[in-house]
Design a protein around this ligand. Sequence first.
Ligand SMILES: Nc1nc2c(ncn2[C@@H]2O[C@H](COP(=O)(O)OP(=O)(O)OP(=O)(O)O)[C@@H](O)[C@H]2O)c(=O)[nH]1
Ligand SMILES: [Mg+2]
Length: 325
Amino acid sequence: MAQPSLSQRLVQGEKAALARLISWAENGDARFAETLRELGPRASKSWRTGITGPPGAGKSTLVNELARELRTHARTVGILAVDPSSPFSGGALLGDRIRMEERTVDPGVFIRSMASRGAHGGIARAAVDACDAIEAAGYDEILLETVGVGQAEYDVVSAADTVLVVLCPGAGDGIQAMKAGILEVADVLVVNKADLAGADRLATDLEEAVHIRATGGARDPQGWAAPVVTCSAGTGKDIDEVLRQIEKHRSWLAGERLERARREKRLRHVRRTVEEQLAQELWERRGWNEKASALLESGRAPYDVVETLVSSILGAAKRDGVKSA
Ligand SMILES: Nc1nc2c(ncn2[C@@H]2O[C@H](COP(=O)(O)OP(=O)(O)OP(=O)(O)O)[C@@H](O)[C@H]2O)c(=O)[nH]1
Ligand SMILES: [Mg+2]
């Protein structure tokens, strides 16, 4: 009897098949696209929630609690923990994995971590592909956690439909977060560690900052002003409130807004992937690395080298255009 194909195994809910598919996405393996193609067009039904925030704010603890809460509502959950700044692949987020052990034995939960070195090309591209794979496997919810609040993390988390920014009182709290432009990316601001002193103060500061932004015309009047939720992932307090705010944002986005947002995200993903594949083609397969080195060594100025290389394809494209016209 013929072995079931990977796409068949995926649809049957086999986690190993999903893990394999994600590895193909990470490695830039052509079988990733083939498998998605085989699965055919499907309605996108997974809600993607991104979770970002400074190291140690309690993102992983919150993800674990959100997953627990979602499971009580019979929602299946795919968790993707991405560390764009870590050179270590796989084991980078092992700590998180161990903490989430309880979730991993649940057949309705899938957990995977990813670091930049594991991804062939861009981690942001690989993360979107991984989310698409999780969606294709039929999970209702995707929780996409990143470490840190830099540009690389934002690139990853901006693939989500709803972005949570998790902060906590203490070192590097509110003011720093605002400087880092966190208000711009947050759909929901979560003040975690409510059990610690300073949480209420941080929440008030954030509410004020959101209000100033909203009234300062930085957002359109019908726009979404990020709510501030205070919770304690460590004790499980008010996790349901965090979920309620995600649901509210989801209802607000539903319809035309959601379609537009997802269209933009798809376009960004296509652009990234095209850039990545072209770069591979030129630098690796067409030997541009060697060509550029040789030209530089022969004493050519960097911009001369750029022009020579670029016109070698653009010139060719122009000639082809003339031919086909
Ligand atoms: N007091 C208190 N501690 C918490 C709470 N939530 C998480 N912690 C603790 O904060 C520490 C960091 O939690 P993590 O969930 O690993 O934080 P993280 O944001 O995922 O950290 P990185 O992935 O390293 O950026 C752990 O020791 C948690 O036990 C909370 O609500 N209250
Ligand atoms: Mg973490």
